[in-house]
Design a protein around this ligand. Sequence first.
Ligand code: NDP
Length: 253
Amino acid sequence: MDELLVYNILLIIVFVSAIIIYISLLFISAPYGRFVRRGWGLTINARTAWIVMELPAVIVFFILFLLGSQKTNIVAIIFLLLWMIHYIHRTFIYPIIMRGGSRRFPILIISFSILFNSINGYLNGRYLFYFSPVYTSDWIRDPRFIIGLALFLVGFIINIHSDSVLRKLRKTDGAGYKIPYGGFFRYISSANYFGEIIEWIGWSVMTWSLPGLAFALFTIANLAPRALSNHKWYMDKFPEYPKNRKAIIPFIY
Ligand code: NDP
């Protein structure tokens, strides 16, 4: 079968599955972290799970860069660097420094994540380094690139900072929970998810591409319902939880 046809089918599958995932997660919280529970099959520890789940995003994207026709294109190199900064952190640094890495993580969720990261890495990498009309060096001065890059970097910083606030709530590798304060936690319960969503919206603007848009929508579909569940969980667990804090969008939602 023609590769472009397979590519387009996979792209449509990601758009459609974003809708299905969004609706499903409004009713069923993914069973990891604070919502881990029995009945979801075999589990491994969370630290290993994060490394295994995210690794395909690093490998697939990098291989497609090497196989592509844009190896000397400055714009393609910038896209590669940004993707790698995010995913090398998420795959190798985040799991090592996380506290609570011995918690159980279902293999079922890991399998879905491996599948998604492989397909998403393929869709983004193959488009940027092969199928796309070539990004000329003028793209760096295009407002879409500049605004998207700014969003990506701001989102990345918010995500990293928020995860570090959560990490500091645990002095040891235990699994207790406290109310997070500071940074975007002043306004929302899931500041790390907010940062992640801003980051991939930035990516979609910066690349001005359908696979970038599909990834941003999938991230929203995955994280927005979980942020709502987190928010409700905090309010149920902590009577003193700040009443003016929203779930995922400051001052709004
Ligand atoms: P969480 O916010 O649920 O947890 C992050 C870490 O902080 C976990 O180790 C968690 O422990 C701990 N933690 C959370 N809340 C508290 C608290 N109140 N007190 C003490 N410790 C706490 O994030 P996720 O695990 O869902 O995601 C981790 C990262 O991966 C995030 O940066 C997220 O944005 C990103 N991600 C991206 C996705 C995407 O679609 N692009 C999908 C999923 C995640 P424990 O595990 O024990 O709950």
